[in-house]
Design a protein around this ligand. Structure first.
Ligand SMILES: C[S@@+](CC[C@H](N)C(=O)[O-])C[C@H]1O[C@@H](n2cnc3c(N)ncnc32)[C@H](O)[C@@H]1O
Length: 276
């Protein structure tokens, strides 16, 4: 047995890692490199303790048994990377504020039933959709009553956190969010006015999308980076089908839509517009 395994609490064989990473890829599109083996051990070890299992071999067997489907949800919640922050990659929020929303505001002035629909796909703990809501509130004000943000994520636990909308007060102060919520006990809770603009739903982007209608803007940032190229391309083509004519797609700083340049035009840093 390799020396590293002797000090482990649970036996962790290469074939266990291969099985778990293949399952993760099949269910979520997420590709883990060999070097992520330690990370996966660290993220799943609590599940083994909780289930009182003796090894990852047993955990793999458990996932294939009658309780496997339910456990898979917990496993995926443990493995996903949820790093996010308010106004992360600020240029997208500046573009929304300066370029996208002002013409929509003028349209609403002519037709009060007009509205904007934004999708935050892979919203993690909610900082992204709440940042969008703050910009929409600033630019549209009471005109934004019919406008909505759909915020979805694969991870059901993180969706509950997002819906609760409570964040560390210090972090909110640093992000200058003083009028975004009410503070107590070291935490700031997002105002109900902003919460009401966002609908949170659990959704695996690889599955069917039950929502109807099209979006003006889709944020899918720092999600596709974990997917293989084919999954990314398929997803981006599906996003195109869910955007209104001339709609916008924002992706993360290390993501590029070069391979689907026939559908989207790059109009700025990680900012794309549906080609006509
Ligand atoms: C790093 S966070 C990005 C959060 C936010 N978009 C941002 O840029 O700050 C990635 C999120 O994508 C979600 N995710 C990963 N695979 C997914 C899938 N197949 N369907 C839906 N969400 C997924 C994860 O659960 C995680 O919350």
């Amino acid at each position: 047995m390799p020396a590293t395994q002797k000090i482990r609490e649970f036996e962790w064989r290469d074939q266990d890692y291969k099985f778990l990473s293949a399952l993760l890829h099949e269910k979520t599109g997420i590709m883990l490199a060999e070097k992520k083996k330690e990370m996966m051990y660290g993220r799943l070890v609590r599940r083994l303790r909780l289930l009182k299992l003796n090894s990852f071999r047993d955990y793999c067997t458990y996932l294939q048994g009658p309780s496997g489907e339910k456990e898979l949800g917990f496993a995926l919640n443990s493995i996903t990377t949820n790093t996010t922050s308010f106004f992360r990659e600020k240029h997208h929020f500046d573009f929304l504020r300066k370029e996208i929303l002002p013409p929509i505001r003028r349209e609403i002035d002519c037709n009060p039933r007009h509205h904007v629909r934004v999708w935050s796909a892979g919203c993690s703990s909610g900082q992204e959709p709440y940042s969008i809501a703050m910009v929409m509130r600033d630019i549209l004000g009471p005109r934004g009553t019919n406008s909505r943000i759909l915020a979805t994520d694969l991870d059901s636990a993180i969706i509950d956190t997002a819906r609760a909308g409570r964040y560390d007060e210090k972090i909110c102060r640093e992000a200058c969010l003083k009028d975004a919520g009410h503070t107590s006990g070291g935490q700031m809770e997002i105002r109900s006015e902003l919460k009401n603009m966002v609908s949170f739903k659990q959704l695996n982007l690889l599955h069917d999308w039950p929502m109807t209608g099209k979006f003006d803007v889709i944020f899918c940032r720092n999600v596709m980076i974990y997917f293989d190229q084919e999954t990314q391309d398929n997803l981006v083509r599906r996003f195109a089908g869910r955007l209104k004519a001339g709609g916008f797609l924002f992706v993360g700083h290390s993501e590029s839509l070069l391979s689907v340049a026939d559908i989207f035009t790059n109009i700025g840093k990680t900012t794309y517009r549906l080609s006509s």
